[in-house]
Design a protein around this ligand. Structure first.
Ligand SMILES: [Zn+2]
Ligand SMILES: [Zn+2]
Length: 571
């Protein structure tokens, strides 16, 4: 978990250097390195031990030395020095949407604003608007930004929390004293943002388990350490609770702590009608007080005459009714995904070559991969000129002849322009196996304009998938306003799949919109939008969104064999 600590330090460094007004190139290098280190989770030390740190994209000589320094000493001199120059609370201002380093520095220099609380106060008292270049509108936007940030701070993205939770579970599972262990809470239900991490375990030696837990490398602070419950805060500021429960209550405790509250209330009501009482300790006969079940979660549903309800569905959003009528969906599983239809490479802004992306995909057991680098007008993301794309298509043809039992699709993530036209001419898109269309610029248009723009794009006969359909970035940018019903109708007619973009900040479409797409009979493609090989693992996040959206394998194109994919792409 040291990788998370190092990533955090590099992210802070980038922010601090930005406030100092340093070379943007250097700042970007820190951010890129941080992003790639973060996805390595527990592999970083292995890379270091084997002297292979420079194989991580974005890690040059200087970064390498800094990583070794942190691994060896637990701290970084350069970071400590910068901290004395630029207060960390000032760096936090940059997390307010709309505040860049220049503005943060201005507020610091002119008004001595050092943290978000002071900033909010000054904005409310209209002290900001007096500064040169700052209008009243800016002040309002800053207050809005702080509001949004507060929401984001209360909850963190699943993509950040899940690897940390998995790592803790992994570490604790290594103890022979730990018998059963699972995450619980909103994380186990795979909500897109979660408040804190809950972990549940049974053990013959609770003291040993708790000791190990509070001494994990990722722990920054211990809040409580008890026999049955301990709480810690990680380097990332994430609150983690660990509970040790009796083996005979493990199932009922797991159901209780998984929630949701609304789901549990419905379950308890059904129990009461059957003269049963359910709590975190078990299922009891109401008259005799005898315990009937509790060791396993499945028993609880069995006793109530219900099929098992997957944790992702437990929101009281119709799952109880569906269970009673035996029409729960057979949810898609990660193991059923046969390929990724939207990844980037070094040809545009990715960090790995086509060959490296292929190798990892094959190791994951995939049967196909679509290379979809950015299109020409997206210059900031290294979009491919028409000639470059033609060259890439040739390269992929050549590679395809070398791979047996694996298909590489030549594709592109083609930008949808403001008027709904596409960033490559039709003759060129015709040469591609797959076209993923997406909006990357000019979001601030009316609902009517955005809907019209997207509909025009997906009516182009060469487009196959609409990527990140609502454009939201969790905690950063709300979805743009669109009439999704209209888009789904057109998608259905034109046989366009909508994407679940599995990138942690996106998870777009979200669960609710997935259910809607299913109702319209529109196919979904779960894609990671990976920019380096490690990100291919984001597929698990995408699948969790699909499961929360009640999707079955038949609703998802990339559960299908390549022959059917090709048929779909040609239709
Ligand atoms: Zn994109
Ligand atoms: Zn992309």
């Amino acid at each position: 978990m040291i990788s998370i600590k190092i990533a955090k330090i590099f992210e802070d460094l980038a922010d601090m250097l930005e406030i100092k007004g340093e070379n943007p190139f250097r700042i970007r290098a820190y951010r890129k390195a941080a992003r790639n280190i973060r996805t390595l989770t527990n592999e970083l030390e292995k890379f270091a031990d084997e002297g292979r740190l420079d194989q991580i994209p974005g890690i040059g000589e200087g970064m390498k030395e800094k990583i070794y320094e942190i691994l060896d000493t637990g701290r970084l001199q350069f970071y400590e020095e910068l901290k004395s120059e630029i207060p960390p609370s000032l760096v936090k201002l940059l997390s307010v949407p709309g505040i860049g380093p220049k503005l943060a520095k201005k507020f610091y220099d002119e008004l001595n604003i050092r943290d978000i609380e002071q900033l909010e106060k000054m904005a409310k008292e209209h002290h900001l608007a007096g500064l040169p270049g700052i209008k009243e509108k800016t002040e309002q936007n800053i207050l809005k930004g702080i509001e949004m940030l507060k929401k984001g701070l209360e909850r963190m993205n699943l993509g950040i929390a899940l690897p940390i939770a998995n790592e803790i579970v992994d570490q604790l599972s290594k103890l022979p004293e730990v018998k059963r262990i699972s995450t619980a809470g909103s994380l186990r239900r795979r909500k897109e943002t979660i408040g804190d991490i809950d972990i549940l375990t049974t053990s013959s030696n609770s003291k040993k388990v708790m000791d190990t837990f509070i001494n994990l490398q990722l722990v920054e602070r211990v809040l409580v350490c008890g026999d049955t419950k301990s709480s810690i805060i990680t380097y990332d500021g994430i609150h983690v609770d660990l509970r040790v429960v009796e083996p005979e209550s493990y199932g009922s405790a797991l159901a209780y702590f998984t929630g949701s509250k609304a789901h549990n209330i419905r379950i308890r009501e059904i129990a009461m009608k059957n003269n049963l009482k359910i709590n975190e300790y078990g299922v009891f006969d109401e008259k005799t007080g005898m315990k009937i079940a509790g060791e396993n979660e499945e028993e609880i549903y069995q006793i109530l005459n219900l099929p098992f309800i997957a944790s992702e569905l437990r929101e009281d959003m119709g799952e109880i009714e569906a269970a009673k009528e035996n029409r729960l969906p057979t949810l898609v599983k990660l193991s059923q995904i046969k390929g990724d239809l939207h990844v980037h490479t070094t040809w545009s802004d990715g960090g790995n070559s086509i060959e490296e992306m292929l190798k990892t995909s094959q190791e994951m057991g995939y049967k196909y991969l679509a290379i979809c680098d950015h299109s020409q007008s997206l210059k900031v993301a290294g979009g491919l000129s028409e000639d470059k794309l033609l060259e890439q298509i040739e390269k992929i043809k050549e590679l395809n002849s070398k791979y047996k039992d694996f298909d590489i699709l030549a594709g592109s993530e083609v930008d949808i322009k403001a008027d709904g036209s596409l960033d490559y001419p039709d003759e060129l898109m015709k040469k591609l196996d797959i076209v993923v269309a997406a909006i990357h610029t000019r979001f601030r248009r009316s609902r009517y304009e955005m809907t019209k723009r997207i509909i025009k794009a997906i009516q182009n006969p060469h487009v196959n998938i609409l990527a990140h359909p609502t454009g939201r970035l969790l905690g950063v940018r709300d979805a743009y306003e669109v009439d999704l019903d209209e888009i789904l109708k057109v998608a259905k007619i034109n046989k366009i799949a909508l994407e679940i973009n599995a990138f942690p900040e996106r998870l777009d479409l979200n669960d609710i919109n997935c259910r809607k797409a299913k109702e319209y009979g529109v196919m979904i493609s779960i894609n990671t939008d990976s920019h380096i090989t490690n990100q291919l693992d984001y597929m698990a996040l995408g699948v969790s969104v699909a499961r929360r959206g009640w999707l079955e394998p038949k609703n998802i194109i990339n559960t299908k064999p390549i022959e059917q994919i090709i048929k779909f792409l040609k239709s």
